[in-house]
Design a protein around this ligand. Structure first.
Ligand code: GAR
Length: 204
């Protein structure tokens, strides 16, 4: 039974609260069809790496600075995916846009969590706190988070799950970011991971 679990790689860049939600969901059984095999960070200082180590998960750092080109950077990630026999890639606060050269090798096998209701406030330049700054500057009253498949269009792949979150009077980008994470991202990312992993293993 254990052999049939989907092997997951989580790609991170920063604090790793979404990674933590995945680790917790695996422990509590919300994720029961997949197992996090490796956490890959493009940033050696990412606290996400410590979270992975604390949970006994293998880590790797693949920094753009180590490579002459995006192609070489992405090839290094691909090598880790192949070596570790990974079935499914989760971008959890991964702040690099992957090229078509990468995404076309894993159709319907990469998902991303984005901190807005796509198609609003997404695409190039919309990441992390910038998304919440843009939401507040526009003045929308509802925002949220989206989990979607990753293809060659930034934030453009098929939507798997979304959850709406209210914008409140007096919100700062930081306050709003925390609410969106707590009420939406940390819930729909584990749920979407389980959904896709269950589909993957049932198709074997
Ligand atoms: C999260 O809000 C995630 O949705 C966002 O960055 C934050 C990472 O936090 N990702 C993007 O903006 C990708 N376009 P975390 O490291 O604590 O999970």
């Amino acid at each position: 039974m254990r052999n049939s679990l989907a092997k997951i790689a989580v790609l991170v860049s920063g604090g790793g609260t979404n990674l933590q939600a995945l680790i917790d969901a695996e422990k509590s059984g919300i994720i029961k069809s997949g197992k996090i095999e490796i956490v890959i960070s493009n940033n050696s200082d990412a606290y996400a790496l410590q979270r992975a180590k604390n949970a006994g998960i293998k880590t790797a750092v693949v920094s753009k600075k180590q490579f002459a080109s995006t192609d070489d950077f992405e090839s290094a990630i691909k090598a880790l995916i192949t070596e570790n026999k990974i079935d499914f890639i989760v971008l959890a606060g991964f702040m690099c846009i992957l090229s078509e050269n990468f995404t076309r090798d894993y159709p319907n096998r990469i998902i991303n969590v984005h901190p807005s209701l796509i198609p609003s406030f997404c695409g190039k330049g919309f990441y992390g706190l910038h998304v919440h700054e843009a939401v507040l500057a526009y003045g929308v009253k509802v925002t949220g988070a989206t989990v979607h498949f990753v293809n060659e269009i930034p934030d453009g792949g098929r939507i798997i799950m979304q959850k709406a979150v209210a914008v409140k009077e007096g919100d700062t980008p930081e306050i709003l970011q925390k609410r969106v994470m707590r009420m939406a991202e940390w819930k729909i990312l584990p749920a979407a991971v389980e959904k896709v992993c269950a589909e993957l293993i049932s198709n074997r």
